[in-house]
Design a protein around this ligand. Structure first.
Ligand code: DGY
Length: 332
């Protein structure tokens, strides 16, 4: 970390006499941040780990704009610490870490990054689905561990993707993109989504869990979806079915998933998101060969992460200029 000021931005500890009109909570490429310098003095947390709470509370004291990550809880304490704040712009589509209602009550605009990550996250959902159904991680581990013997008729046999019925929970952008891929893979699909309509057959969640061979969670995390998939839902899925989560870890009750895997109540799970995050290396979920966990990399292709950062910057610039933000979280 450097404490010097570079072309209108500071990296590292904010100087005590500094006025940072714009605070960026993670080190992003300078060329992506460049448009911010036109709107105000910018301070960037110069580290690739989340900004500590105390540093954030200190940094935002003069901020009009905040570019934040999903790892930063933006709650009353942060908003109270930032009396000048006008715009919160998150580099993610999900804004469950932000008290959006509180922002809106205070007249703040909130931006996020929908659209640009849809296809990448749907690709990840399919990569996870294929990997768990065809037991790719188990096979790969066996090769590395020297357990690959002569070809064997029923060693590491899994299921088939083609011919499956896929149950998509949440038919928003990502859910629709998953549905398109399901058709390409020769799958049937059904979906449940309280508010959105999409292609395919819409079912209630209970029925979807009963008929689907694999369930992909693509829903936002809200009060309604927190803990949506617990033990009863996992038992309803049945022992031949798989769970894929590219939404938020908290949509699934982690202890219930551990119990369901321990008792063979589902065939396997592939999770890009977990509760907690990061998942400690000694977590029980990591003890199951039929549970694949990736570290919240659903949108982590290079072009997509750049597009997300650029959109977050564009939202902040537009919001601070009083212009329409390219992607504002709607006021409810
Ligand atoms: C999002 O945008 O909400 C994703 O979880 C980030 O990959």
């Amino acid at each position: 970390m450097v404490s010097a000021r570079h072309g209108g931005s500071w990296n590292g500890p904010i100087p005590s006499d500094a006025v940072a009109e714009i605070v960026v909570t993670r080190n992003l490429p300078e060329e992506i941040l460049a448009p911010l310098h036109e709107v105000g003095e910018t301070w960037v947390w110069g580290d690739d780990r989340p900004i500590p709470r105390e540093a954030l509370l200190e940094a935002v004291r003069d901020a009009r704009g905040l570019l934040c990550m999903l790892t930063d809880p933006i709650d009353h304490a942060v908003l109270d610490a930032a009396p000048q704040l006008e715009v919160v712009s998150q580099m993610a589509v999900g804004v469950d870490n932000i008290d959006v209602a509180a922002c809106h009550r205070r007249g703040l605009k909130v931006g996020h990054t929908p659209g640009v990550l849809t296809e990448t996250v749907a690709d990840t959902a399919f990569a996870l689905l294929a990997a768990i159904v065809r037991r790719i991680p188990e096979g790969e581990r066996a090769v590395r561990e020297g357990a690959w013997g002569p070809w064997s008729p029923f060693w590491l046999t899994g299921g088939d993707l083609h011919g499956m019925t896929l149950g998509i929970v949440g038919m928003g952008r990502v859910g629709s993109a998953v549905a398109r891929r399901a058709s390409g893979f020769g799958m049937e699909f059904v979906y449940s989504s309280p508010r959105s309509e999409g292609p395919g057959r819409k079912l209630g969640l209970d029925e979807l869990l009963r008929v689907a061979d694999a369930v992909v969670l693509c829903t936002r995390l809200t009060g309604e979806t927190r803990g949506l998939v617990g033990r009863p839902q996992l038992q309803a899925m049945g022992e031949g079915s798989y769970l894929v989560n590219v939404a938020r870890g908290e949509v699934v009750v982690t202890d219930d998933l551990v119990a369901a895997l321990a008792n063979g109540e589902i065939a396997g799970a592939a999770l890009d998101v977990t509760d907690p995050e990061p998942l400690p290396p000694d977590h029980p979920l990591l003890g199951f060969p039929n549970c694949l966990v990736t570290p919240h990399i659903g949108s982590a292709s290079e072009p997509t992460r750049r597009a997300m950062a650029e959109l977050a910057v564009a939202n902040l610039v537009a919001g601070l200029r009083g212009e329409t933000m390219p992607a504002e979280v709607p006021w409810r």
